[in-house]
Write a protein of this length. Sequence first.
Length: 525
Amino acid sequence: MDGERSARTTTRALRRSRRRHYLSESDWVDSLYKAYVTVIIAGLALFFLTVALGNTRVDADTLATIHQRGPGVLGLGIALVVALGLRSGARGGPLAPESADVMYLLLAPIPRATVLRAAAARQLRGVVLVPAIAGAVAGSVTAGRLGGDRAGWIAAGAVAGALVALTAWGAALIASGTRMSIRRANLLAVALIAWSALDVVAERGTAPTAQLARVALLPLTWSWLAGLGAGIALVVATIGFTRAGSVALEPLRRRARLVGELRFAATLQDMRSVIVLHRELAQELPRSRPWWQPRARATGAGRSGPCWQRDWRGLARWPVGRVVRVALLMAAGGLACVGVWHGTDALIVVAGVAVFVAGIDAVEGLAQETDHPVRAQQYPIRWGDLILSHLLAPTCLLAGFGVIGALVFGLGAGHASAFAVAGIVLVPAALAGAAGAAVSVVLGAPSPTMFLEFGFPEFSTLWLILRQVLAPLVVVGAFMPVAVAHDAWTSGDSASAAAATATVLPMAFIATASIWLRSRRKVTA
């Protein structure tokens, strides 16, 4: 007992010494600036999202539907988040200690729980803070749509966001602490999602995640089952915290290395490196057996022939997780379009971002070309033409998966005009998804001398933000016809004709992005 107490005291002393060393090299102004920026961003999100999303009150029928089906639908979303936590835990997450802790503390003759539980306690602050802020913003938006006391909605949203984060975090710690296999984690995740999906179909709320969802709906409908949901979240987090000391060492060392590289790549705004490291962190390996055998064709049929074959051969080896992710992203885009059809125009941003992220996966062939800049310079084709040749297969792929989003949009809107609008938007959305993702990949990391070359260094931060936002905006613009079609439909005009006319602007965005891509003369490594 004395030895364990001495080990705990020594570990704390080492951590305090390292923290003092870190603080001595940092400036208090930097910490104040980070807190200032966090508060400003949270305040802006709370104000602008409330104005953009909460400006239309729902009718009585919709309110009754939310009363009946709200816990089940929200519970399904929470089940998806918990499933992600289980999968992360089966791969060694969510803890990612620093390399020094892995090499000098976890290999020392002291209990691992002394080190890992302290790391879990430090991680808990960040796990709860961001979801709580997001939940508060969502509560403020909901108050504008459903009515009621805004302060109550904000409090309920913040508590619900924190509890959902605790549940997912605790599930990940349990999976890693028990050294659960990825197959077992997938089975538990599928069972939880299936239970929640049955609740949605049966218009009930029997799943554990549905009880947790009731916390967010307390200002609308009171239920004692919300206390049960909060209890489930706290129990899962407590069990996960106690199991944190049983995590395997090898996955921790691997995660420590990858997370360090991931943070460095994110600091450099190197999107390609971030994607590759994220796939390594998720252990997302290509299939040894392709889904299908792409046929070999003569390469003299055109310049795009070799790129077409190479891209489809890569797409044929997508792992199951990537296929499911792209399908879910397209379904999320369709759900966002349903919200746009019901009057919330700002949700076109959600739809655009979902398709943009799916496009990042789809343009893997082009991304691998940028990984080998010397080899691409030896091809008998201009770099700009090679980029455009790599966009044909991703566009077809996004159009195929986009059918899922179109069906979700049409069925969710519940009107024949929505199906027609979905068919019109499908092709521009696929083109924009491939073009926007290609812009983001080809853009690469910013030049180290960018700040010296920039005319006004005071605006460098704004330029860095715009540099990352421009590519997703190309995809967001493809969903503008949905908002225009809804306005025409509510005024009694033809929704399909309005959508077809409104596609002129997004097609102009796509053409501009294509011209920029074709003008590239140098490979960005």
